[in-house]
Write a protein that binds this ligand. Structure first.
Ligand code: ADQ
Length: 413
């Protein structure tokens, strides 16, 4: 490990004396870094596991970089660990690490968690390296997914592409059993609720409302990604403005988007499409001093983000596909006042848990428009009932519980 100065807000110095855990550098050569992160993880595995088949760029994909990077991660984790340590590996970037670690530490307890969906075998089978990935993952003792259906898809893939026996929720892999579990992630509810009621946040909420001219506010918060359904959402809002002449004086959409994967072409293309749509909508429906879409393309501080959640009458969380979606959880955590309505895509993992939301099919623009309309016009008593149900579920899914339960499952193997 060598000390590295922090250059920008989202990097840390290693070693990091202010953190209550250790961080280690994993050294990758520059071409391997790009091949592993952009070439395979972002351009192949991300669209594949979300079921965006036409977006997958398998052709010249640098698979050897993915293998090399996973070897480096496994070696670093191994060299920092002692016998008896438990390993918990996160996400699709590191799917070979469980198997690689298993060869170094045959008796270790190893877990892996998938933060994004897992598709059915017909989609997963597109991957030229499908057997290697499955073998890599089966090095773990416990494989966790947000939804039972993602775990089910994984087991179907094992049945289709390997010769291992699959039972209800286990796979017999050589002399070991590998468990698959549904372990829905959540957020740190107490910390975020405390932030939501902070007086500074309250003042910011007032400022936002005044700036928006006391119109009803609709909010979208996303990482810029083609899975998040942002163009479809803008189309639904445009339809609302087109169908109801009074809408432009009554409603405003604030779309907050954090830049992401700007080196991948699909993301640059999407950014252009969103810029154009926002320009078109504002060009057509703005009045002097009143703009329908407020578009913030940057990272917000947590305080600013929570002020927006508190100010928003409706949160639009309408991904085309999403493992869980924590913005939905955060909106509910912020609404300690039991106000506000969550309009949620049925294709977000969160839809399977957050029963107080108004569910929509984001591909169906017309019905999304109707759902937004319904949310904006909802009676206080119904809003309250729904938000209470939402908040109860978000509290149950707290991230600390998620971590504790997962580690218990791992230790129980
Ligand atoms: P993501 O795809 O990143 O995560 P999500 O769960 O919605 O998606 O989390 C996004 C996070 O970024 C939220 O905490 C949100 O507050 C924050 N954020 C978004 N825009 C922001 C902005 N402009 N400024 C500041 N913060 C912003 C992946 C999967 C999800 C899964 C999570 C966790 O794709 O499906 O829910 O992992 O497992």
């Amino acid at each position: 490990m060598s000390a590295k100065p922090a250059k920008d807000f989202d990097s840390v110095t290693v070693p990091a004396p202010n953190l209550d855990y250790d961080l280690a550098h994993v050294s990758l050569r520059r071409p391997d870094q790009r091949g592993f992160y952009e070439g395979i993880s972002n351009a192949v595995l991300w669209p594949l596991l979300h079921g965006f088949e036409p977006t997958i760029q398998v052709g010249e994909a640098p698979w050897s970089s993915y293998v090399g990077a996973n070897e480096e991660f496994a070696e670093t984790a191994h060299s920092m660990s002692s016998s008896g340590d438990v390993f918990w590996i996160q996400d699709y970037h590191l799917m070979l690490v469980p198997g690689l670690l298993r060869t170094k530490r045959p008796k270790a307890r190893i877990g892996w968690f998938c933060h994004i969906p897992w598709p059915p075998p017909d989609t997963f089978g597109i991957l030229p390296w499908r057997e290697e990935i499955l073998e890599g993952l089966l090095g773990a003792d416990v494989l966790g997914f947000h939804l039972p259906e993602y775990a089910e898809h994984f087991r179907q893939c094992v049945e289709r592409f390997t010769a291992y026996d699959v039972t209800r929720d286990e796979i017999q892999y050589q002399s070991r059993k590998v468990r698959t579990i549904a372990a829905p992630i959540g957020i740190p509810v107490d910390e975020l609720q405390a932030l939501a009621i902070d007086p500074d946040v309250g003042r910011e909420v007032e400022r936002i409302r005044q700036m928006m001219g006391n119109r009803q506010l609709i909010l979208g918060v996303d990482r810029l990604d083609y899975t998040k359904g942002i163009p479809e959402r803008l189309a639904a809002f445009e339809r609302l403005l087109r169908k109801d002449k009074s809408a432009r004086a009554r409603y405003a959409l604030i779309q907050v988007m954090v830049p992401s994967r700007t080196d991948v072409k699909a993301y640059a293309d999407l950014k252009e499409e969103i810029d154009r749509m926002v320009g078109d909508i504002n060009g057509r429906y703005a009045d002097t001093g009143r703009v329908p879409v407020h578009y913030l393309y940057r990272n917000l501080s947590q305080r600013a983000l929570f002020a927006h959640y508190r100010a928003a009458d409706v949160a639009l969380v309408t991904p085309l596909r999403d493992g869980m979606n924590l913005v939905a959880h955060e909106y509910a955590a912020a609404r300690t006042d039991d106000d506000g309505v969550l309009v949620l895509s049925e294709f977000a993992g969160a839809a399977k848990y957050l029963k107080g939301a108004v569910l929509v099919n984001p591909y169906d623009v017309e019905s999304t428009t109707s759902a937004i309309h319904r949310a904006l016009a909802m009676k206080r008593s119904e809003k309250k009932k729904r938000m209470r149900a939402l908040r109860a579920e978000v509290m149950r899914l707290d991230v600390h519980r998620w971590a504790d339960d997962y580690v218990k499952a791992l230790e129980g193997t």
